[in-house]
Design a protein around this ligand. Structure first.
Ligand SMILES: C[S@@+](CC[C@H](N)C(=O)[O-])C[C@H]1O[C@@H](n2cnc3c(N)ncnc32)[C@H](O)[C@@H]1O
Length: 281
């Protein structure tokens, strides 16, 4: 699949169009809509998912390359760590996982490679362009037999209650509009005794490393993106959205509030990323 570059013809950035929409509502005395953050901008909540989908449709073809460039390959180690934490069974025992916001399939690829013949994965993503790449990569790796794909929103998953032994979401939850609804869905679809694991950018807790990380995020990444994809705009959203996401402690509390037990987290690379773990008991 070729890289689809973001349109340069758009007369006004999407976030500014949303600001305008909100201002028009105020002038017309229409009720204030619920708002949500889209990077550093506030946009009407109902418009946000469409903007996110445009970001990922624009970057899908270059997503894997940019992930490597942006993280210096670190995302690979963090995903390895996620699967080591899950420790899928190598026996033929059935073990079903759902990977939400699966994108280009990095997590299920690792899971199916590490796990035994009883392991199966459902890749769920709201964006067909991202999921199409994930599906192809699993087929190329000869893992299609144990993998299925579904287009779906993390906030209302198209699967029955209590159907999975594990739920994973990597660099996905900060993109959803309603985190609490997403966590409630994770809880609903897990079997009793099932495990929730989330890999996400978090708050860097190491002095100096945090300053370096900020410089990398705001000065280097947009330039890399411009060079590699022709546009820095989608990556500006990605960088800004990281700073808006709740820190480790707040997110662990949100997971507990969704009904999960034993909500804990482990920092990776000084807290640049973190793995949150919890159980449905
Ligand atoms: C940064 S990518 C992460 C992809 C993959 N998990 C990885 O770690 O490489 C975020 C993914 O979240 C998906 N996404 C965004 N909002 C979503 C939602 N509400 N429900 C499901 N997927 C969503 C995007 O389409 C995109 O594929």
């Amino acid at each position: 699949m070729g890289a689809s570059r973001p349109s340069r013809r758009s007369p006004m950035p999407s976030s500014r169009r949303c600001d305008t929409l909100m201002a028009m509502r105020r002038v017309n005395n229409e009720p204030e809509a619920e708002t949500a953050s889209f990077g550093s901008a506030q946009v009407p909540a109902e418009a946000r998912q469409g903007l996110i989908n445009r970001v990922f449709s624009a970057v899908a073809g270059r997503y894997d390359l940019m992930n490597d460039l942006m993280s210096g390959g670190l995302h690979r180690l963090w995903k390895d760590e996620l699967i080591a934490t899950l420790n899928p069974p190598v026996s033929p025992r059935p073990f079903a996982m759902i990977d939400v916001a699966a994108g280009t399939g990095d997590v299920p690829l690792r899971f199916l490679t590490a796990g035994g013949p009883g392991c199966s994965a459902l890749l769920c993503d709201i964006n067909p362009a991202m999921l199409a790449i994930g599906r192809k990569r699993l087929a190329d790796a000869g893992l299609s037999e144990r993998a299925r794909c579904a287009i779906g929103n993390a906030e209302s998953l198209p699967v029955p209650d209590r159907s999975f032994d594990a739920y994973t979401i990597a660099f996905g939850i900060r993109n959803v509009t309603h985190i609490a609804a997403t966590l409630a869905e994770a809880h609903r679809v897990l079997k009793i005794g099932g495990r929730f694991l989330c890999l996400e950018f978090s708050a860097c807790e190491v002095p100096l490393l945090d300053a370096l990380y900020d410089f990398h995020s705001f000065a280097i990444i947009p330039r890399l993106a411009e060079l590699a994809t022709g546009s820095a705009e989608p990556y500006r959203y990605l960088v800004e959205s990281i700073r808006k996401f709740p820190d480790q402690r707040r997110f662990a509390a949100m997971i507990g509030a969704a009904g999960f037990a034993r909500s804990t987290y482990r920092n990776l690379t000084g807290g640049i990323a973190a793995i949150h773990s919890a159980w449905r008991l």
